[in-house]
Design a protein around this ligand. Structure first.
Ligand SMILES: Nc1ncnc2c1ncn2[C@@H]1O[C@H](COP(=O)(O)OP(=O)(O)OP(=O)(O)O)[C@@H](O)[C@H]1O
Ligand SMILES: Cc1ncsc1CCO
Ligand SMILES: [Mg+2]
Length: 253
C-alpha cells in the first residue's frame, strides 16, 4: 500500500456504512466492510431510510437488483444524505442493460449528486450516455476506454468517478489517478465490483478528500486481490481468502 493514512483512519473511526445493495452481494460486502473495521448496515425499507442515514457516516447505493420499493428507498436515502452532509457512493450496476436501469440511475443522480460513482467501463460509458450498449452486469471493454466519458461525467456532476478494471482510474474533473494490481480472478467472483464500491463508501466516511478516499479504496482492493491470487486455487478459495487479505492489510497498517 502506497498510502496508509486513510486505512489508519478507518481503523480509528470504525465508520457506520449504510448500504442499499443487491441480493447477490449483500453478504460479501457486509463481510468485506467488517474485515476492514467498518460497521455495515444493509437495509432497504423506505420507512427506515431516513433514520438509517441519520446514524451513518456514509451511504452506498447499488442498483444491482432493482424493484420499485428499493428505488423509492434509494431516492429517500440520497436526499436525506444531502441534508445531513453524509457522503454517498453510487454503483450503477448494469446501467445501459435496460431502460429501467437507465431511468433509475438518472432518478437517483437527479435526487442528489453522489460524491463518488464507481462502475466498470461499460457502466461509466452508458451513464455518460456515450453509449447505451452495456451487456449484462460485466464490462465488455477496457477501463481506459471510458476515461473521456468519466471525465465528462465528473465535470457535469462535479464529483469523483471511478472506472474499475485491470487498471482502475479514479477521475475528478481532469485529474486522473491510476491503480494497478489485483488479479483477473477478481472477475470470476461475483460482487468484487460491488465490494470495491462499499469500500469506497467506508473510505469517504473517514476522508473528506473524495478523490484520495477513492484511490485508497481501490489500492486496498488491488493489494488484497494480489495477495489473495498468490494463494487461492480458484474462485471459491479466492472469495474466502480475500476477506482474510483485507483483514491482514488493516492489521498491518
Ligand atoms: N483483469 C483484472 N486484473 C486485475 N484486477 C481486476 C481485473 N478486473 C477487475 N479487477 C479488479 O476487480 C474489482 C472489480 O472490478 P470490476 O471492473 O470487475 O467490477 P464489476 O464489473 O462492477 O464487478 P461486479 O459487477 O461483478 O461486482 C476492482 O477492484 C478491479 O480493480
Ligand atoms: C450478478 C448480478 N446480477 C445483478 S447484481 C449482480 C452482482 C454483481 O454486480
Ligand atoms: Mg458492478
Amino acid at each position: 500500500m502506497k498510502n496508509t493514512s486513510v486505512i489508519k483512519k478507518l481503523k480509528e473511526q470504525s465508520p457506520i456504512v449504510h448500504n442499499i445493495t443487491n441480493y447477490v452481494v449483500m453478504n460479501n460486502t457486509a463481510n468485506a466492510l467488517l474485515a476492514i473495521g467498518a460497521s455495515p448496515i444493509m437495509a432497504h425499507a423506505p420507512q427506515e431510510m431516513e433514520d438509517m442515514v441519520s446514524i451513518s457516516s456514509s451511504l452506498v447505493i447499488n442498483m444491482g437488483t432493482l424493484s420499485e420499493k428499493w428505488v423509492e428507498a434509494m431516492v429517500l436515502a440520497i436526499k436525506k444524505a444531502k441534508e445531513t452532509g453524509t457522503p454517498c457512493v453510487f454503483d450503477p450496476v448494469g446501467v445501459g442493460a435496460s431502460k429501467y436501469r437507465m431511468e433509475t440511475a438518472k432518478r437517483i443522480i437527479e435526487a442528489a449528486t453522489p460524491e463518488v460513482i464507481r462502475g466498470n467501463a461499460s457502466e461509466i460509458m452508458a451513464l455518460a450516455q456515450v453509449t447505451g450498449s452495456s451487456k449484462g452486469v460485466d464490462s465488455t471493454m477496457d477501463s481506459q476506454d471510458a476515461i473521456e466519458a468519466a471525465k465528462s461525467l465528473s465535470k457535469e456532476l462535479n464529483n469523483t468517478v471511478v472506472i474499475s478494471g485491470a487498471v482502475d482510474y479514479i477521475i475528478t474533473q481532469d485529474k486522473v489517478s491510476e491503480v494497478e494490481g489485483g488479479s483477473p480472478m477478481m472477475t470470476r467472483v461475483t460482487g468484487m465490483g460491488c465490494t470495491s464500491t462499499s469500500i469506497v463508501g467506508a473510505c469517504i466516511a473517514v476522508e473528506e478528500d473524495r478523490h484520495q478516499a477513492a484511490v485508497a479504496a481501490m489500492e486496498l482492493m488491488s493489494e488484497a486481490g494480489s495477495r489473495t491470487a498468490a494463494i487461492a486455487k480458484g474462485p471459491g478459495s479466492f472469495q474466502m481468502n480475500f476477506l482474510d487479505s483485507l483483514y491482514q492489510i488493516l492489521q498491518e497498517a
